[in-house]
Design a protein around this ligand. Structure first.
Ligand SMILES: NC(=O)c1ccc[n+]([C@@H]2O[C@H](COP(=O)([O-])OP(=O)(O)OC[C@H]3O[C@@H](n4cnc5c(N)ncnc54)[C@H](O)[C@@H]3O)[C@@H](O)[C@H]2O)c1
Length: 422
């Protein structure tokens, strides 16, 4: 499992897998490790664990590698991130110390608040992509891996829009040669992974694999892609609550979300250009769930505000507040307040693991290009151009489980259930 960026999310994922492997902790929050799937009728009593139903890689077989602009090994990086207790990290210290970052492809123009020493030099972005490909091949050989997946867990890059260089693989490759500014570092990694036919998932909101050129490459090399931006904290709760309100046709006039966090991610997001990328990603969910064009009386002109405030004392322990202004029967107003004291990387780690394992499964199942069935994990899920993205967490879960049933030749579950009353 190749992780780009060995910061809070990545080191919490790696430490978690090693700790679970040693029996030191449980993989709570991971569908692949703890989830079950119902098969057949409700009366059949068949609900195996997902990991026993589909052929997922076992945690024992995973080897981790990655890149970062800092030289710290993953033990030191996890201590810096401050997510996990030293008591736990010390029990897995040798394994964590053995994972050292490869030199990164990095350009500060795309992440303004960071700079670090462990950075590759190259004559152009094509050359840098080739260096990443060489890293991938060396890692694979050195660790005797049969398969690889790559997940971008690097910092959120500045906001970018799709441009001409992203429209075809030929344009992208020419752009790499001339180091086009519209190709951020994350795209160099994605290009390298997809060129090698390796599944690529984007845990952050930056524009990376979600452009026609990358999808063309993914189709050529039969590589699955998924993203964008892991759905944790506030957006997770939003996509749980909003479908409930909508189901009961309760109107919403406004949804104000604010949160404070003090980790390095928060510091990067303190830059307005990186924040813009995150904001776009966080704001998209409500519009799609509420469908204001179908329900103008309930959701038209909904005021949706998202704020993120960098507040160092909290570290990775984010606190989010949501105020929702509701409207009920005959237009009577109500309010709902949510105060979520969460832990960012504790919520992100299990879903980085799950998405990597499912991407590897998809590759072996011959699936390539956008893996919409993994929308469950993302704030701004990638989707085919002709359809809107599905944000409702419960529809996403149903889609994911039905995809697994489909892969295994099991009957899909529609929840019709009339047969129980014949
Ligand atoms: N924690 C969550 O709940 C969550 C949820 C969704 C998305 N994310 C996103 O995941 C990403 C990682 O979050 P985090 O909390 O681990 O942040 P972090 O700052 O702790 O880690 C990011 C790491 O990426 C490295 N990096 C940046 N650019 C790089 C490059 N070009 N090549 C290699 N390394 C690079 C940084 O040096 C840093 O160590 C962020 O973009 C964040 O927005 C996090």
């Amino acid at each position: 499992m190749l992780l780009v960026g060995l910061g809070a999310v990545s080191t919490t994922t790696i430490a978690g897998v090693i700790a679970v492997r040693k029996g030191l902790a449980q993989p709570i929050g991971s569908l692949t490790q703890m989830g079950t799937i119902r098969l057949g009728k409700r009366s059949d009593g068949r609900s195996p664990k997902i990991k026993d139903f589909v052929d997922l890689a076992s945690l024992d077989d995973i080897v981790f590698g990655g890149w970062d602009i800092f030289e710290e090994d993953t033990y030191a990086a996890a201590r810096t991130a401050g997510v996990l207790e030293p008591g736990l990290l010390d029990q897995i210290r040798p394994e964590m110390e053995a994972i050292k970052p490869m030199a990164a492809v990095f350009d500060q123009r795309y992440v303004k608040r960071l700079s670090g020493p462990n950075v590759k030099k190259g004559k152009n972005k094509k050359d840098l992509a080739e260096q990443v490909i060489a890293d991938i091949r060396n890692f694979k050989a050195a660790n005797n891996c049969t398969r690889l997946v790559m997940v971008w867990c690097g910092s959120t890059e500045v906001f970018m829009k799709e441009g001409p260089v992203h429209q075809s693989l030929a344009a992208l490759e020419q752009g790499l040669e001339r180091s086009d500014d519209a190709i951020p570092s994350s795209m160099v990694y994605a290009y390298a992974a997809l060129k090698e036919g390796i599944p690529f998932a984007n845990a952050a909101p930056n524009l990376t694999a979600d452009v026609p050129a990358m999808l063309e490459l993914a189709a050529q090399t039969k590589a699955p892609v998924a993203g964008n931006d892991m759905k944790t904290g506030q957006t997770l709760i939003k996509t749980v609550i909003a479908p409930g309100l909508k189901a009961r046709l309760l109107g919403v006039r406004g949804w104000y979300s604010t949160n404070i966090l003090g980790n390095r991610d928060g510091e990067v997001l303190d830059d307005p250009e990186s924040f813009k990328t995150k904001e776009e990603s966080k704001k998209s969910a409500l519009d799609y769930i509420f469908q204001p064009h179908l329900y103008p009386d309930l959701y038209k002109d909904l005021s949706h505000v998202v704020r993120i405030n960098y507040y160092p004392p909290r570290g990775d322990n984010k606190e989010g507040w949501d105020n929702i202004d509701l409207v009920g029967w005959l237009g009577y107003p109500m309010q709902l307040k949510i105060n979520f004291l969460c832990r960012d990387s504790i919520l992100a780690a299990p879903i980085v693991l799950d998405s990597a394992l499912f991407m590897d499964l998809a590759k072996r199942a011959g699936m390539f290009g956008i893996q919409e069935w993994l929308s469950f994990y993302f704030k701004a899920p990638m989707h085919a151009k002709e359809v809107y993205p599905e944000h409702d967490l419960f529809i996403q879960l149903m889609k994911l489980k039905n995809t697994l049933r489909y892969m295994q030749g099991e009957e899909l579950i529609t929840h019709l259930g009339l047969e129980y009353y014949d």
